[in-house]
Design a protein around this ligand. Structure first.
Ligand SMILES: NC(=O)c1ccc[n+]([C@@H]2O[C@H](COP(=O)([O-])OP(=O)(O)OC[C@H]3O[C@@H](n4cnc5c(N)ncnc54)[C@H](OP(=O)(O)O)[C@@H]3O)[C@@H](O)[C@H]2O)c1
Length: 268
């Protein structure tokens, strides 16, 4: 099966790199890029051929669309004359519904929408996958298999994609923000920045591993380090006083609403 990545930017490159790391044959991968220097750099780094969109459409069984949502219109215009229902189209474009692709591509073209996130760069993506109207279980399995080489995969109804965008799409940014704020706290306490950074990053890595591998609920894990009259509960009281939980609920709801708003720009 030949896979072509259309738009090898951050996400497209991460996918190519993850597939190669997982043992995918470089000869079965293609990509398209607008800038020749960037294409040459990618070919040198990964041994994957950069081609024109027309060639990618002709040779690939699966086209992974990884351009920015604002660049989608000319690409769909170009693809509509080049592919048929035997090509599986996988869209990674935030906010764009499968219906948009189905409307603009030849009748019967199978489309699968994916919301990945940037930890794909280190093989730890969360990819939420939703099949469109013409995608079969086999198409879904193909995409699940491809994406499992760059992280975890979950299949969800498309109606939940805006929530997914807010939770796992933007999620890493919220963790980076928390880490940044905690490093600042270290500075406030007189700890050198590089030391504070090491302490907090390792706390985040350790907490992430415990959440992922330990099988315990986050409440249990938090209670285990919150002893009566201790230091952690003092800190928790301040987090509650400042409404951190409510702020997170509002932040994620607001990101979900923004995703809906962005998607509306492409409605008929
Ligand atoms: N980054 C994330 O955290 C994230 C998370 C989830 C989903 N996504 C989605 O993934 C997609 C890609 O995001 P990104 O962050 O990887 O963006 P990016 O780094 O800007 O990559 C997009 C690439 O596509 C190229 N491109 C645009 N139109 C093209 C065309 N017609 N033919 C060939 N190449 C074309 C762009 O070239 P130029 O440099 O010339 O523009 C750029 O190199 C977006 O739709 C985004 O919504 C991103």
């Amino acid at each position: 099966m030949t896979v072509a990545v259309l738009g090898a930017g951050k996400i497209g490159e991460a996918l190519l790199s993850g597939l190669l790391d997982a043992g995918y044959d470089a000869g079965k991968l293609l990509f398209t890029e607008r800038h020749p220097e960037r294409a040459a750099e990618l070919t040198e780094r990964y041994g994957v051929a950069g081609v024109e969109v027309a060639e990618a459409a002709e040779r690939a069984d699966v086209l992974v669309v990884a351009v920015k949502p604002q660049d989608i219109d000319p690409l769909l215009d170009e693809l509509s004359g080049l592919i048929g229902p035997s090509t599986l189209v996988v869209s990674m474009c935030a906010g764009l519904p499968t219906a948009l692709f189905e409307r603009r591509l030849p009748e019967g073209t199978p489309v699968i929408r994916v919301m990945p996130n940037t930890p794909m760069l280190v093989g730890a993506a969360m990819s939420a996958v939703s099949p469109g109207r013409h995608a079969t279980d086999e198409h879904l399995r193909t995409v699940e298999e491809l994406l499992s080489s760059v992280g975890k995969v979950i299949v969800l109804p498309e109606s939940q994609q805006d929530a997914v965008t807010a939770l796992s799409g933007s999620g890493p940014a919220y963790f980076f923000y928390l880490v940044e704020a905690m490093i600042d706290a270290g500075i406030l306490l007189g700890v050198p920045r590089n030391v504070a950074q090491q302490l907090i990053v390792q706390a985040a890595v350790g907490a992430g591993k415990m959440l992922d591998e330990g099988g315990q609920h986050p409440v249990t894990l938090r209670e285990n380090v919150t002893s009566p009259g201790g230091t952690t509960i003092s800190g928790i009281r301040e987090l509650e006083k400042h409404g951190v939980r409510a702020a997170l609920l509002d932040a994620i709801e607001s990101a979900r609403d923004r995703s809906i708003e962005l998607g509306k720009a492409h409605e008929e």
